[in-house]
Structures are given as C-alpha cells and as structure tokens.
Design a protein around this ligand. Structure first.
Ligand code: SIN
Ligand code: FE2
Length: 212
C-alpha cells in the first residue's frame, strides 16, 4: 500500500487556517485512514482505552489511550504526562504510519514522544484548553482526525480571546505550531454517525507531541 503517497519534493499545502492553526483538509486518503484505524486498534489492544477524571472529580467525556514514551493522565491531582498505562504497562510504540505523518508535517522537529489517542463517543466534547505541559513550545502539535466530524474551536493565547471554528473531518490533519502553538482550542461537539470509518461510530483524534 502506498501510504500517504507523498512526493518528497512537494510539501503539503495548508488549505485552511482557523485562528493560526493550519488545517490540511483531506490530507489522508480513505485507504490511509483505514490503515491508521487498524494500527490504532492494535495500540488499543495493548493499551486499552480508559476514562479520565478532572481535578474536580468529574468524568471526562473523551476517553483516551496513548503510544510512545508518554501517555496522558488526569485525576484529582491534575493533568500530567505519564510513562505507564493505568495497568502499569509501558505504552506501545507509535505506529510507523503515524510517524510518517509527523515526518511530513513537523519539519525538522525531533521525534514525538507522545501519541495521544482521544476517542469521542456520542455526546463527547473537549473544553477550551492550551497544550502547555510540554517542555519546548518550538515544536508543533500535529493532530489527526478520523471518523465523525468534529466542531473544532480555536482562540488565541488568552482564554478571553475571540475564537473561530471549523468542522474537522476524517482525514484532516491540523498543525498547531509557530504562533498557534499555545492557542486555546477545543471540540464543541461531534456529529455522531457522520462517518462510517469506525464501525461503532464516533471520532478518533490523534495528537503527536514532543514532551521533554
Ligand atoms: C486535543 O486538543 O487534544 C484534541 C483536539 C481534537 O480532538 O481535535
Ligand atoms: Fe489540545
């Protein structure tokens, strides 16, 4: 299979900007998306998807797992990167398919140390937040959307800054880098059942991050 089918001499073009985030609409073909879902399913077999609680003890609607050196965890003590799944096992390796998307998008950045996998079931959403638990904000966060459409909202560096929104669809890749790296962002809602990529519906979002 000709994954990504990228030509080295031809960098992908940003097709849409939302806030300062570049969204490469339709970056992944249907066959790329299917291959990624298969690879992510294998990650989830080794590191099953689990629920998180916020600091105040509320269950988050988005469920997660991860690959790479670090995953993500949250409980009454707050949010943090962790080197083990709640089972105590280390995280699986980041699949090569996902690494090749990073290589296409992240320029000369070092390899990502966290591949966070968010699963949005019916009604799931993610509040406006900044990604700021990484050591170096020079490196971008690359975000891959698979499955149902999601209304993605992007603001500025202050929570009170004005926001704009875009529907992210299966196969879109967003890059939060440069001036957009610390911009607030979140997912207001998904259109459950809008895609048939995942058999039981819902949305997978994969974000790649350099942590240390
Ligand atoms: C995130 O900010 O971690 C997720 C963004 C998304 O689901 O598109
Ligand atoms: Fe985020």
């Amino acid at each position: 299979m000709d994954f990504l089918n990228l030509n080295d001499s031809c960098a992908p073009q940003p097709t849409v900007k939302v806030g300062e985030v570049s969204v490469y609409k339709g970056f992944l073909s249907k066959s790329d998306q299917l291959l990624l879902v298969g690879d992510l399913r294998q990650v989830a077999e080794q590191a099953p998807i689990f629920s998180l609680k916020t600091k105040s003890g509320k269950a988050m609607s988005v469920r997660v797992t991860a690959a790479g050196e670090f995953g993500w965890f949250s409980n009454h003590q707050g949010y943090r990167y962790v080197s083990e799944h709640p089972s105590g096992a280390t995280w699986p390796e980041i699949p090569a398919s996902i690494m090749s998307i990073w290589q296409a998008m992240a320029g000369h950045a070092p390899s990502p140390e966290c591949c966070l996998i968010n699963y949005y079931g019916e009604g799931a959403k993610m509040g406006l937040h900044q990604d700021r638990d990484e050591a170096n904000f020079n490196w971008p966060v690359v975000s891959i959307s698979l499955g149902d459409d999601a209304l993605f909202r992007v603001g500025g560096r202050e929570r009170s800054d004005k926001t704009s929104s875009i529907w992210l669809q299966s196969g879109d890749v967003a890059v939060m880098g440069g001036g957009a790296r610390l911009n607030y962002h979140g997912v207001d809602r998904i259109k459950f059942g809008s895609s048939r990529l995942l058999k039981s519906g819902g949305r997978l979002n994969v974000t790649l991050r350099v942590v240390t």
